[in-house]
Design a protein around this ligand. Structure first.
Ligand code: GRG
Length: 294
């Protein structure tokens, strides 16, 4: 497996910045409407790390797919991610006032706008994937995104999370791993394998990478909730501990949670061996995910 010769690996920070700029420009082009609904949708997409969109573009590069052909998929996953955050922040869910250091959509507008912006971000994601530019494997991307984000994926993870709040006993490590695999892991796996799907290539190495990365991401998120600085994280921290929620940190302890994240990062990097040096940026991304402060 080798990336096209004109697409050299770049340091992660530069590649992430580049992905953010490309996805933002594509958003401005494809989501240019001037009404308040479009404004709220753009607001919800803007200001995040765009890690999932970056994974789409990077996996596309590894499979020799041009960025222009992968941009609809990169924006689509950022739309699904943004919708999940807008709805998660609502008073009926996690009830948060701040996201990425800015007022959440229901605070800046109102609850009705947050529901509608989330709804239309979700449907817009599938409209993007149905664009003829996406190519002959579009239907597989549409099918897998519906599955990853829906009743057996992210929404199911959120449901398990809500159910855990009123459960008689705290969740076990196995239950938390299942919950997080659905809530966070499914979208990360879709993103990291999207390039292989677009190229009609072998998904197995990227799938293995993404499964380890997704779990490492969530452990890092739990560590941030304990050790993070709210100003840097851009939202309230220590919410899990205050709510008495079982997390990787509460079940494993801080030191073991950090060791587990480190070992998952190593597993993620090892899974990329078929790509050789071409995968250096994705390996750096895995190290970033466990060391991030936001
Ligand atoms: C409401 C249907 C529905 C689903 C919500 C993903 C999710 C399910 C809720 C998000 C709540 C949360 C804090 C999840 C933990 C992991 C996570 C997705 C963190 C945020 O992702 P980042 O760090 O965010 O990639 P940015 O701001 O960089 O985009």
């Amino acid at each position: 497996m080798s990336a096209a010769a004109d697409t050299q690996t770049r340091p992660f920070a530069e590649a992430l910045k580049n992905a953010q700029a490309q996805i933002t420009a594509h958003m401005e082009l494809r989501l240019a409407g001037s009404d308040e609904l479009h404004a709220a949708m753009r607001y919800a997409i803007t200001g995040g790390k765009m890690l999932r969109g970056f994974l789409v573009l990077e996996s596309a590069r590894l499979h020799g797919v041009a960025a222009e052909a992968a941009l609809d998929a990169a924006l689509a996953i950022e739309c699904i991610h943004a919708y999940s955050l807008v709805h998660d922040d609502l008073p009926c869910m996690d009830d948060d006032d701040l996201r990425r250091g800015q007022p959440t959509v229901h605070k800046k507008w109102d609850e009705a706008m947050a529901v509608l912006a989330g709804d239309s971000l979700q449907t817009f994601a599938f409209e993007l994937l149905a664009d003829p530019k996406v190519g002959p494997h579009a239907l597989e991307l549409i099918r897998s995104l519906a599955q990853s984000s829906g009743k057996d994926g992210m929404v199911s993870g959120q449901m398990l999370d809500i159910a855990a709040e009123s459960a008689a006993a705290p969740l076990t490590l196995e239950q938390i791993t299942k919950l997080q695999g659905r809530k966070t892991g499914c979208l990360i796996e879709w993103s990291a394998t999207a390039g292989a799907v677009l190229a009609g290539g072998n998904l197995a190495p990227l799938r293995q990478y993404a499964r380890a990365l997704g779990l490492a991401f969530q452990i890092a998120d739990d560590i941030l909730d304990v050790e993070g600085d709210a100003a840097k994280v851009g939202k309230a921290v220590r919410k899990d501990a205050d709510a008495g929620k079982a997390t990787f940190v509460s079940l494993l302890g801080l030191a073991e949670a950090k060791a587990r994240a480190q070992s998952l990062c190593e597993d993620a990097c090892a899974a990329l061996s078929p790509y050789g040096e071409d995968a250096a940026t994705l390996k750096e991304a895995a190290r970033f995910v466990i060391a991030r402060d936001s």
